[in-house]
Every structure is written in C-alpha cells, then in structure tokens.
Design a protein around this ligand. Structure first.
Ligand code: HEC
Length: 695
C-alpha cells in the first residue's frame, strides 16, 4: 500500500505524506523505524532511542534560514514534556493532564483531541507537575498513560477510545507520566510515586485487547508475604535479602517512571528503576542492604518479563538518585571490538557504558563534578562512597542531588559524530536526617528534612546561590568518557536534545530559547525566542521531502515548578507546539505577562504562628508553589495572589478545596484551619520581603 502510494506520488505528484490513510505502523515498521527518516515512530525515534534524525536538509549551511512554519496553542500553561510522534504526515502528542492531540504535520490543523478527564485532585499525587512525556503508536492505535494510572488505546484516525485499563491501585499515590513502549505486539508501561510511598513495577498489556501479559516488580513484597504471581517472583525471592526491616511500610519505591527500552539484539527490555521510598536508607531498610532493584537498570526477557541481568549504579540509594533516566542503545568500537552497549547518564552524575549481552559495566565516568564518591570501582562496578555523604554525621550538601545531574530530559546520540549530547546540570541540595521519621499519608515521605535548604533574604546571598547552579549541554565522547564541548545555558532545567544527520544538535532552554548548535563544535547557529520556557525534546520529520523540526514549548516539571531559583517569568502563557522549517514565516505573538505586585497584608500573627506556617509550607506547599514561596510562574505566586489578603477565601481554597478541579486540592484531611491560617501568615511574611526587597 505504502510502496504503491510512493510510486503513484512520483508519477502523478499525488500527495502521500499528508493523509493518515497510509499504511498502519506494524512491528516491521517499528523495527525499521531508522529507515523511515520522514517519521518519528517511537518515543526515542527508533527502538535504539538515540534521538537521531537521518534528515539533512536542515544543516550547518541552511540552519540560519530556519523560521517558524506553524504553531499550535494548547489549553494549558503547565509543563509540556512530550516527544511528539510523527507518522505519515500526522503528529501525535500529549500535554498536561494526559491529553492526547493529533495534528496535521504540514499545516498544524487539529485533527482530533482526547481528554481522559483526569480528576484535578490527582495533581496532588504528582511529585513533579501534571506532565506527560508522550504516546506510542501501533496498528492503527495511539497508546498513552494517564496521570491517574490508566493505560488507554485510541483509534489513530478518530481519537475514539478503543480500550482502557487501570494499571495501578488508584487508592495509592501512583501516577503515570512516562511514555508507553510497544514491544512485540504489547504495550509496556511503568508508573511513578516514589516520593509518596509506592512499590514500583512495569507491566505489559496486549496491544489489541488491553489484557495484561506480565508484570515485573522492582522491589520485594513484605517478608513472609505470599509471592505476587508475577514475572518477578523468582528473582525477587532471591533479592529479598538485600532489604531489611519493615521496608514495605512506604512501598519501597523503585518506580519505573521513564526508561523502558526494547533491545532487539538480545530480545530483552531494559528498564530504568527509580529511587527508594522513603529516600533515607536508614528509615527504609534499617540502613542495611543494597535494596535491589532500586537505582538500577534491569534487563527483562522481552517475551516473558523474566529477569536476565541488572546493574545497580547506586546501591543502598539514599539521595533520590533514580536510574530511570533515558537509555540509549548503540554499537561502539571499544578496544578494537564492536560492543553492543547501552548508555545512560542517570541522576547520580555518572555516565555509564554497559555491555548489553551480560550487564557488565564497560566504563563509568562522572560527566559533572560530584562529591558523593571518589569514583567507581571497576572491579565490582560499585561507587566508592565518601564518608559523610549519607548525611550520617549531620547535613550533607550533595552535588549532584535529587534534582539530578541529568534528569528525564532526553539526551541524544549521533552515530555520525559518535558523541552523546547530555542536557546536564549542577544543582546541589542539602540533606538532613528527619529522624525520628513520622510518615504522613498522602504527602511526601522522604525521611529527609529538605527544609534546611532555606534561602537568604538578600539579593547578594541569592545571587551567590544562583551562581552555583548550572545548566549545560555537554557533548560527551562515550568511548573516551570525555567531554568534547559544552554550552552554558546560564541555569538548570533545560530541554531534551535532538541530533541530526545535518550535523546539528537542537535544544531548548529554561528561558525559552530554541537553539541549533553545530554537532561537532557546539557553535550556536540559530536561535528562536519562544518566551515561554522549554523542557521537552525536539523531533524532526519530513512531509513531501520538506524537513521540519518540532518542539513542545511549555515550562514545568519537578524543578520547574518547585525551584525558587527559576527566573519568575510571570504567569506563563499557554504552551505550544512549534514547528520550524527552512524559510518558515509564520507569525508568533507571545507576550510575557507581568508577575504583578506583592500583596500587602495588614493582619498580624505571632512569631510562633509564622514559624509553624513556614514548616507546613516548606513541606507541603513548596513542591508546587516554590520554595520560600518564590514561584517560577507556572503555578500561582502566592505572594502576589489576591487570595492572600482574604482570610476567608484562603480557607476556602486551601482547607475546603474550592479549586480542586484545577489541581489545587483541599487540605482539610491533613491540616486544621489554624494550620491553614499559619501558611497564610508565612506567605504574608514572604510577600512583605518581596514588597520591601524585591526578592
Ligand atoms: C500539587 C500541587 C499543589 C500543592 C501541593 C499546593 N497547591 Fe496551591 N495551587 C495549585 C494549583 C494548580 C493552583 C491553581 C489552581 C487554579 O488554577 O485555579 C493553586 C492555587 C492556590 C491558591 C490560589 C491562588 C490564586 O491566586 O488563585 C492558593 C491560595 C494556594 N494554592 C495555596 C496553597 C497552599 C497554602 C498550599 C499548601 C498547604 C498549596 N497551595 C499546595 C497546586 C498546588
């Protein structure tokens, strides 16, 4: 069908590219995705997930003529993290609150939209914004996870729901933000929730029926509990000895919230496993044992989901060092031999090259400065930890920290330059034991007191801290384990990366610039100011021989909403999908909104009330409204909110939950009216600092 269409197209100039009546995306097309340079068929472009486009029309010579071809505005100003898929002239992408969109790839016309109607209150279960990283396509259907834990299959032509399965216990704080992957006619999906207290796993469902085929748990059930009846049973029984104490009280963690990569060469699926729950290893496991498979890569049989091998980068995880960051498969010439390897740059700061045939570590080197180890012991593959790093002797300022030396923002690999392009960052954070730890249903359960990361209230002090934070694009030689060049973005939390055969690397940044760099030298060749903030990775595709570069623009995600260091760009405009081409001249009108003045509150509170409010705010509210009530503008800056001056309205919003449908739950289950008033007292104080000092 497709071939015929191509022949007809050449003979009669029939347009094949724009109609989605073209052939369906079956297993063989997914297998051969690299040869379909016009499309972007899987999350990482191909099964190898290199995020490398074979298109060359846009290159070092032509990049300066790039311009906006079209844009589409979405209905949300929250984080957009998705990798758009492109199949035969149609773009499929996902937005905040797990909405799915299909657009014509040449014109931007919306073909259909599906809203899974995630309840607004689910936003409270999401550590890191109500984001979604993308969909999967297979056999005429689009698959997507929803924040409240469903996996849905939609008709690719109409957007109508075909089937939906609930993949988690919805009474627990599970979420789904990651993209599903298609493996041999099945849809694989993980979940998140490690900060709140869940037990991680990955599941495979039949793509046609939604029937569960297998499930692999990453951490064991309680000691003495009966087996799960899952693919993980045998290995879990063996690994249970790496855990101690009442480790299931908060689930144990180990969520598979991002990387799930199909490795055809060895008929296996590589999953990246998240942090421990709670974070502090002493709280979680009495300070004993490696806690497998936390912070590991685990290889599973692609048919049965059974264990094959694993590599654990951070044994006895205690810093939120997830190892679920994107995995890239490649064949590299190492020591004269072609080695089939996987490459990963997880949160802990090390770039790992691992032999996919057996899980053996080939090499490991830190790609940013790190202070928790003195290196990796290549005999054992284990990190050599620094004394004090486990905050066992008091607070420890770890660099990197749980924000990650590299987080979910995908890196890219160019087989042309043999370089990996890492969106890296330096964000230190202080850890202090929260002993004696008291768990809290519904909220973050870390076992770590992060409130010690308070910020100075003077411009010079803030400036000094901001100067420490870095966000860089690093071109890394994975064979030499060496940096070749870097670009400094001026601050952390920038976008994912795309490499192209045109010798370019595309990346957006927190400030909203979308840039093209020379892949060999790092020289900036082109830039577009989106004025919004970019965290998502770009993709490239072509229709009728014309190359496009597309990127979702919309700031947010964990650091994006919570960090008090992000420049407050005011209330953010709605996010967009921007598509660029040579000679593109579409208009673009996005104005930054003024953050507005600080609200001055006349009421007075006791010092004790303000202190109590500070404690509640920094542990309960700051993850969404920003540390020390300094917001990046993604969610309301409460210091500038009219609600702050209105005691009754503050109670209605914060205690009673009148805005729950918009993602602001009522806290009556956890906070008394006095507690809620204390948060107002604290924020009023923060507003005063803003009014008097401008910070
Ligand atoms: C899970 C994320 C989240 C957490 C945690 C959270 N909020 Fe919110 N909050 C929101 C969102 C989203 C909105 C915007 C709702 C809307 O658009 O109507 C909001 C709005 C508000 C508003 C109204 C602001 C305005 O100008 O409309 C107040 C007041 C508020 N939050 C206070 C708090 C306090 C106090 C806490 C801690 C006890 C808290 N929030 C915790 C997400 C959160």
């Amino acid at each position: 069908m497709r071939k015929l269409c191509v022949v007809l197209a050449m003979a009669f100039l029939v347009s094949c590219g724009s109609g989605y009546e073209d052939g369906v995306i079956d297993t063989s097309r997914l297998d051969g995705a690299a040869s379909e340079t016009q499309n972007w068929l899987t999350y990482g472009g191909t099964y190898e997930e290199q995020r490398y486009s074979g298109l060359e029309e846009i290159n070092a010579e032509t990049a300066s003529s790039l311009g906006l071809e079209w844009s589409h505005e979405f209905d949300t100003a929250r984080g957009l993290e998705a990798t758009p898929l492109v199949a035969d002239g149609v773009i499929y992408t996902t937005t905040a609150w797990s909405k799915v969109h299909a657009l014509d790839a040449t014109t931007g016309k919306l073909l259909w939209k599906y809203d899974p109607k995630v309840p607004g209150e689910t936003g409270f279960k999401a550590c890191c914004d109500v984001v979604n990283r993308g969909a999967a396509i297979y056999n005429g259907k689009i698959y997507s996870g929803t924040l409240d834990g469903r996996l849905i299959a939609l008709d690719a032509k109409t957007g109508k729901l075909v089937w939906s399965v609930v993949t988690v216990d919805q009474s627990k704080p599970y979420t789904i933000t990651g993209a599903p992957r298609i493996v041999k006619g099945r849809v694989l999906i993980g979940n998140g929730g490690g900060e709140y207290g869940v037990r991680g796993y990955v599941s495979a469902y039949d793509a046609e029926t939604g029937k569960q085929a297998w499930r692999f748990y990453t951490v064991p059930p309680a000691k003495g509990a009966k087996p799960d009846g899952a693919a993980s049973d045998d290995i879990i029984a063996k690994m249970q000895g790496t855990w101690d104490g009442d480790y299931t009280k908060f689930g144990g963690g180990g969520t598979v919230w991002d990387a799930i990569v199909y490795d055809k060469d060895f008929n296996q699926v590589l999953i990246g496993v998240g942090n421990g729950s709670p974070w502090d290893h002493r709280v979680r496991s009495n300070g004993k044992g490696d806690n497998l498979f936390l912070s590991s890569v685990v290889a599973l049989d692609a048919d049965t989901g059974k264990y094959k091998w694993h590599y654990q980068g951070t044994p006895a995880e205690t810093w939120d060092f997830t190892q679920t960051q994107p995995i890239i498969l490649a064949s590299l010439k190492i020591g004269g031999a072609d080695r089939k390897v996987m490459m990963q740059a997880p949160k802990n700061g090390f770039f790992y090259v691992i032999d996919r045939s057996n899980g053996k570590l080939v090499s490991a080197k830190n790609f940013v400065p790190q202070n928790w180890t003195s290196g990796v012991d290549m005999k054992t593959g284990r990190p050599i930890e620094m004394p004090g790093a486990r905050y066992e002797n008091g607070p420890f300022v770890a660099n990197p920290s749980g924000h990650g030396a590299h987080n979910w923002q995908p890196m890219a690999f160019s087989p042309k330059t043999n370089l990996v392009y890492i969106p890296a960052q330096e964000v230190p954070m202080a850890y202090q034991s929260d002993a004696p730890f008291v768990g809290r249903e519904g909220g973050w359960n870390l076992g770590v007191n992060l409130a010690i990361n308070t910020l100075p209230d003077d411009e010079a002090g803030l400036k000094a801290i901001r100067a420490i934070l870095k966000g860089v694009l690093i071109a890394w030689d994975p064979i030499k384990q060496k940096e070749m060049w870097r670009v400094d973005h001026g601050g952390p939390w920038n976008g994912g990366v795309l490499a192209t055969a045109g010798g370019l690397v595309f990346q957006g940044n927190a400030k909203g610039e979308f840039n093209a760099f020379n892949a060999t030298s790092g020289k900036k060749l082109w830039s577009f100011d989106s004025k919004i903030g970019i965290v998502a990775p770009p993709v490239s595709y072509s229709v009728n021989g014309k190359q496009y570069v597309a990127v979702m623009v919309g700031y947010g995600g964990g650091y994006g909403v919570a960090s008090p260091f992000t420049e407050n760009m005011g209330p953010r405009p709605n996010g967009r999908l921007l598509v660029f081409a040579i000679g593109g001249k579409a208009p673009y009108k996005v104005e930054r909104m003024d953050p507005g003045p600080a609200v001055v509150v006349k009421d007075k509170w006791s010092t004790a009330t303000v202190a109590k409010g500070a404690q509640i705010f920094e542990t309960t509210c700051s993850v969404c409204h920003g540390g020390t009530a300094r917001s990046s503008g993604v969610l309301p800056d409460l210091r500038r909110s009219p609600v702050l001056a209105d005691q009754k309205l503050w109670q209605e919003v914060v205690h009673d939950g009148i805005l729950k449908d918009n993602g602001m739950v009522g806290f009556s289950k956890w906070l008394s009216r006095e507690d809620v008033e204390a948060t107002r007292a604290y924020v009023a104080g923060r507003a005063k600092v803003l009014a008097t000092k401008g910070i």
